[in-house]
Design a protein around this ligand. Structure first.
Ligand SMILES: [Zn+2]
Length: 270
């Protein structure tokens, strides 16, 4: 069984402020240790479920050379391989080989979720709302759509309660979720201590992989329309003149494609 882990840092137990996730900040080293150990918990769970190839992808933009490069290598479980510093949400090698399931660890809620710890969608300031057809999505939705494009189901999402609810609404009740904290605001939470949170993630991963059909791959209906509602006119102007992209209102951009990936590629040319 081949398993892909996609991870972000904001949804990890113990993390509630930007200073813990921004490379170079004094609290960042603590944050990356907490982050790496939650990845290890998911890896242990996947191994218990019989995974024979586990690849973990760091999807957290920490800034500078730390971007998509926040795991502490020497702490990582030796039974995985990991992808560092790859373009965001573009690692498809495992999907092309054939991947049985994806597990998302440490995810955060979409922008403007009142109880979403460190919530945002792509940009912490300029993206207000993102829709795939009629679905209001955040980064969990983006990564799920990438997996879905290759027919890969997402079976586990961990993060705060708001993220877990957002993911279940999108992916369905067959999704296993592990909430390691409950947001009290964007920058505070009632939390489960890391030691217990890791046990819960290990159990969750092991349980989720018992049934590879518990969820269906997330595939937005085709043809696909993607809408971004932005906060500022300068961020909107970046989308002007792109193929198949239309600024339908000063702060609303629409992209159309024959499928999700084509529509996404009109926006996201990284
Ligand atoms: Zn992040």
């Amino acid at each position: 069984m081949r398993v892909l882990i996609m991870s972000d840092m904001e949804g990890v137990s113990g993390i509630v402020v930007w200073e813990q996730v921004n490379g170079g900040a004094p609290m960042y080293e603590e944050g990356r240790r907490l982050y790496t150990e939650e990845i290890n918990a998911a890896i242990r769970g996947a191994k218990r479920a019989g995974a024979t190839e586990i690849v973990a992808v760091d999807c957290h933009g920490a800034g500078g050379g730390w971007t998509f490069n926040s795991y502490i290598p020497e702490l990582l479980d030796p039974d995985c391989e990991w992808v560092a510093h790859h373009t965001w949400s573009r690692y498809t090698e495992l999907f092309e080989k054939g991947c049985d399931a994806a597990l998302f660890v440490g995810m955060h809620a979409r922008a403007n979720t009142p109880d979403g710890v460190l919530c945002h969608t792509i940009s912490t300031t300029t993206w207000r709302n993102l829709f795939f057809n009629q679905d209001l999505v955040g980064e969990t939705g983006i990564n799920a759509a990438l997996c879905g494009h290759y027919g890969v189901p997402v079976l586990l999402v961990t993060g705060d309660e708001a993220t877990c609810n957002e993911a279940r609404d999108l992916i369905g009740d067959g999704l296993t979720t592990v909430a390691v904290k409950k947001g009290l605001s964007r920058y505070s939470a009632r939390q489960i201590p890391p030691i217990r949170a890791r046990k819960m993630i290990e159990e969750g991963a092991a349980r989720a992989l018992q049934n590879l059909r518990a969820t269906k791959p997330y595939v937005p209906a085709r043809p696909t329309t993607i809408t971004i509602e932005l906060s500022t006119v300068d961020s909107a102007s970046e989308f002007r003149g792109r193929h198949n992209v239309e600024l339908v209102e000063p702060l609303k951009v629409i992209s159309r494609g024959k499928d999700w990936l084509e529509a996404w590629n009109n926006f996201w040319k990284f």
